[in-house]
Design a protein around this ligand. Structure first.
Ligand code: A3P
Length: 296
């Protein structure tokens, strides 16, 4: 039996070809065998794509914009993360999901190949939120500085090389977004972009509501937009991750709610890093109709 200290800053472990967080792999059988329910709603993203943001939006939509109902618990309990598991602590997605009331909202970053089969068998609804790779890389670098269940990121240059090679938890951003984009045609998957949500939250929230069979009036939509704005979420202890023990997430290294903008990558990429990134991006993304915006 491991202790939390034994999993901090451990190297990633490969699961069926994908680098994964060491602590999560210890009980992988339980994840693989997870049984979904037909009314489960899955929120799926590559890490640092705005998962917490869309989770709060979805909970608000399902609760008709009732802020008080969304204060019933911290976001990690309202929307448990399927694969999360830290030994010897109460942090376990599967344990939380055992008692979560239906319809459950389930967060995951798993690539298609690792998502438990049961979700496909039950044809569960899923929302995939994608964010441009440059901002994801910058956000992920800062997250790995503050989150001890991840390996240390090294320097920004070192991290960027690892990111481009797919040697980070959950593997390649390119493979993740492309495979979920292709999968959406055969399953009830709503594919959204962080940048659209930032630019026109009302239109995107309406899409989410319609996908979930809800009709919301203007006042409710405006309340959801306000409650889920970056500024309000940054100050909301139920969603800003300050409830996670400091021994695991150290916000003095980098806050979880860091900047919440499109285009912060320009503050980190050098000209040559950007040229190299663009060249690799062009190759990896050739042949896909996916289009990302890196600046608003
Ligand atoms: P930055 O590090 O670029 O600021 P995830 O929840 O998938 O881990 O994603 C975290 C990223 O989403 C962070 O990005 C965080 O600041 C951003 N984020 C969280 N809430 C947001 C909101 N309400 N609006 C915009 N961005 C938000």
């Amino acid at each position: 039996m491991s202790t939390p200290e034994e999993v901090w800053r451990k190297d990633l472990k490969i699961v069926r070809g994908y680098p994964m967080i060491h602590a999560f792999v210890l009980n992988w059988d339980m994840i693989e065998q997870f049984q979904s329910k037909p009314d489960d709603l899955v929120i799926t993203t590559y890490p640092k794509s705005g998962t917490t943001w869309i989770s709060e939006i979805v909970d608000m939509v399902l609760n008709d914009g009732n802020v008080e109902k969304c204060k019933r618990d911290v976001i990690t309990t309202r929307v448990p993360m399927l694969e999360l598991s830290v030994p010897d602590t109460r942090l376990s997605g599967i344990e939380l999901l055992k008692t979560a009331p239906s319809p459950r909202i389930i967060k995951t970053h798993l690539p298609i190949d690792l998502l438990p089969k049961s979700f496909w068998e039950n044809n569960c609804k899923m929302i995939y939120l994608a964010r441009n790779a440059k901002d994801v890389a910058v956000s992920y670098y800062h997250f790995d500085l503050m989150n001890k269940i991840q390996p240390l990121p090294g320097t920004w240059e070192e991290y960027l090389q690892k990111f481009l090679a797919g040697n980070v938890a959950y593997g390649s951003w390119f493979d993740h977004v492309k495979s979920w984009w292709e999968k959406k045609d055969g399953y009830p998957i709503l594919f959204l972009y962080y940048e659209d949500l930032k630019q026109n939250p009302k239109a995107e929230i309406k899409k989410i509501a319609s996908f979930l069979g809800k009709t919301l009036d203007e006042e409710t939509l405006d309340r959801i937009i306000h409650h889920t704005s970056f500024e309000v979420m940054k100050d909301n202890p139920l969603v800003n991750y300050t409830h996670v023990p400091t021994v695991m997430m150290d916000h003095s290294k980098s806050p979880f709610m860091r900047k919440g903008v499109v285009g912060d990558w320009k503050n980190y990429f050098t000209v040559s890093q950007n040229e190299n990134f663009d060249a690799i991006y062009k190759k990896k993304m050739s042949g896909t109709s996916l289009k990302f915006c890196t600046d608003l």
